[in-house]
Design a binder for this molecule. Structure first.
Ligand code: WTA
Length: 653
């Protein structure tokens, strides 16, 4: 057994864990790697209900980009998440919802969920939506988002959930890319006491998106919004007119379930496509093992359904397992920083899954906010989205978990569908800051980033993180851009899936994620491409050129630092210009993408061939700007601009 002050042994739960020792994990992991076909065959039969059996467990390879799982099987995801639980658990609560105010609590049983999803699926059919059509979902984080996703899944429509914090251009590009025929939205969202206009944004979007035939509008806040009867339909009125049974469509394992866009290092966001059976199996299985989910648990994930964490761990994983899942429209600070822990006490939450950025923002407040609620129901605390710094880990462990809970630091991606690396609560000794060990079936490699050589052996290794064999939950393609899928993930290191993350593996075989090695930044757990931000900035008529980098930020993990040169005539009024540029990014991408710091400069550090030296800008942002740290800058076209930028940045960061 490893022993060290920095190693935390897994707690002994009164209820037996699914995996209750590291030996058991090792054994099952070994089996999953040595005998993958049998392993996954067993899991697919255990976790999923099939309309007809598959004929082959898996085929294809990374290299050929043709990975598929459970070939020719017939299945329906909404049937797996709802119908099959009705026989025994009709009255079990499927969803607990809390709105922005603590008084807005709703509990929805599996039977009620069934009725709503069936009615909504029939509404979709009545609007001519059929298998293979793409439906955009732009909704607040409430049960209606879950109904909408499952209604699409029921009829084989492909949902594309667009996070409700996205602004105009981000919505338009997503709706256009998948040629969505329908948008499902609501009047408004309500978070932290602020109304978020959703329908109003969609009104602008439909003017430009030719593919959209209808907008289905739910009432969330119930306040007045514009209504255009030639295109808009009130969802509640339409649902009342529909029969609450809609036969689930028999879909192939490999039919698409959803598209979810995520940022990469170049170009516009990629629409990752996840398919039916492999995705659902992987979401359900990781949900059960990583959270050690047991039948009577009240499982809560604080994410938004607009991101992959919401898809896999609010909706699909928990509901496939017949769990009670929690969905929260509000924020951790509203009305006070005690909100999360009051929810834990109110609902006797057993698993609580959140992001390091939320933990860091709560740590700043007096600990009395955390300690005043009864948190004794908790067994497992989860972290996702970015590396968790050991200080935040310990605060979570001590003050929230009261030294009795397991912390699962889950490393994964939109592309992976579910967790790739994570401790298992009853089994894995934890090290604060390490996501620890791979999940079953995940064969990891540390590669030398330059040569692509696999770094083997027991000794510490540092490099980039890759996966050496396909797993059921992986995205199968980028929507209508398979070549981009291959170029981004499969071609950089042939025979491997490339994660885009740097990693260190320690002597105990534990993985420590070191952040992205590409031009993707992670701001409060939101993944953003610097290229997207730059293009939003230069889209503004004031800005001539922009270079964006991440910088270390106490709460957000990374902040957004933008360097902009201006077009002639705009140079005088810097603070006004900065405000305008920030506003532009808020409108185009969304408020969460607003640059923290904008530096106006007469020029950017470039090579003589005109390439912006982002490496130097990153160092300046991190205050690593001594001559030794910056390295040779004599090859720059205008080396003197570097000192100017160092001076400007040091005044604001
Ligand atoms: C980062 C979110 C360290 C990583 C589920 C990855 C993490 C990107 C962790 C994916 C973690 C996610 N520790 N880094 N536990 N979890 N990341 O697609 O850089 O929004 O590549 O999926 O977040 O972000 P995405």
């Amino acid at each position: 057994m490893m022993s060290d002050a920095n190693i935390f042994q897994p707690p002994n739960f009164p209820a037996k864990s699914h995996i209750s020792s590291i030996e058991e994990y090792n054994k099952l992991y070994k089996e999953s790697i040595e005998n993958p076909n049998d392993f996954w065959d067993k899991q697919a039969k255990n976790f999923l209900t099939w309309f007809s059996d598959y004929t082959q467990v898996t085929s294809g390879s990374f290299q050929n980009g043709d990975v598929s799982w459970f070939l020719n099987g017939k299945i329906n995801v909404s049937y797996n998440c709802i119908d099959r639980h009705l026989k025994e658990n009709k009255d079990k609560v499927a969803i607990i919802f809390e709105g922005d105010e603590a008084t807005q609590v709703q509990k929805i049983t599996y039977y009620e969920l069934y009725l709503q999803v069936n009615r909504l699926a029939n509404v979709l059919l009545s609007l001519g939506i059929k298998k293979g059509d793409a439906v955009a979902i732009y909704l607040p984080n409430t049960p209606i988002a879950i109904y909408s996703m499952l209604a699409c899944a029921r009829i084989g429509a492909i949902h594309s959930v667009i996070f409700a914090g996205f602004g105009y251009e981000s919505i338009v590009s997503r709706v256009d890319d998948a040629k969505c025929r329908l948008i499902i939205t609501a009047d408004e969202g309500l978070r932290g006491g602020r109304y978020i206009p959703l329908k109003e944004k969609i009104d602008q979007v439909v003017k430009h998106c030719k593919s959209v035939e209808h907008v289905l509008v739910f009432k969330n806040t119930g306040r007045h919004v514009n209504f255009n009867s030639s295109i808009d339909i009130w969802a509640d009125e339409a649902m009342v007119e529909q029969r609450p049974y809609c036969p689930p469509v028999f879909l192939d394992s490999e039919d698409p379930l959803f598209i979810l866009y995520t940022s990469g290092s170049t170009g516009k966001p990629k629409g990752l496509v996840h398919t039916q059976a492999g995705y659902l199996l992987y979401a359900a299985m990781t949900h059960r093992y990583v959270f050690d989910y047991q039948d009577d648990d009240i499982y809560a994930c604080m994410a938004d359904v607009g991101w992959i964490t919401g898809h896999s761990y609010i909706v699909y994983g928990p509901l496939a397992n017949g769990a009670t899942t929690f969905i929260f429209e509000g924020t951790p600070l509203h009305p006070t920083p005690a909100r999360y822990w009051e929810m834990v006490e109110r609902h006797k939450i057993t698993q609580f899954y959140t992001a390091p950025t939320a933990i860091r923002s709560l740590m700043k407040f007096p600990v009395s906010f955390t300690e005043s609620s009864d948190k004794s129901s908790l067994r497992v605390l989860g972290s996702v989205g970015e590396p968790i710094n050991p200080e935040a880990w310990r605060w979570f462990y001590n003050h929230v978990g009261q030294e009795k809970c397991a912390i699962v630091d889950t490393y994964w991606q939109t592309e992976s569908g579910g967790h790739l690396i994570s401790p298992l609560p009853g089994a894995t000794p934890m090290k604060p800051g390490s996501a620890t060990k791979p999940f079953f079936g995940i064969e990891l490699r540390v590669l030398d980033s330059k040569t692509g050589q696999v770094i083997t052996g027991e000794k510490e290794a540092s490099g980039v993180l890759a996966v050496a064999r396909p797993w059921p939950g992986m995205a199968r393609t980028v929507f209508q851009s398979h070549s981009r899928y291959l170029t981004t993930y499969m071609n950089p290191y042939p025979g491997h899936y490339f994660t885009g993350d740097g990693v260190r593996r320690d002597n105990d075989g534990y993985y420590w994620i070191e952040g992205r090695v590409d031009d993707v930044i992670n701001v409060s757990g939101h993944r953003l491409g610097t290229a997207e931000l730059e293009s939003a900035l230069v889209g503004c008529s004031l800005c001539a050129e922009a270079a964006v980098v991440g910088f270390p930020h106490d709460i957000k993990g990374q902040g957004i630092l933008a360097f902009c040169t201006l077009k002639q005539g705009y140079e005088e009024d810097e603070s006004n210009v900065i405000a305008l540029l920030k506003k532009e990014v808020r409108t185009i991408i969304g408020p969460f993408a607003t640059p923290d710091v904008i530096i106006i400069t007469p020029s950017l550090p470039k090579t003589r061939s005109g390439k912006i030296m982002r490496r130097i800008l990153r160092k300046i942002g991190a205050h690593e700007s001594t001559p030794e740290q910056l390295g040779d800058i004599s090859t720059l076209a205008e080396p003197e601009v570097v000192q100017l930028l160092i001076d400007k940045v040091s005044k604001v960061i």
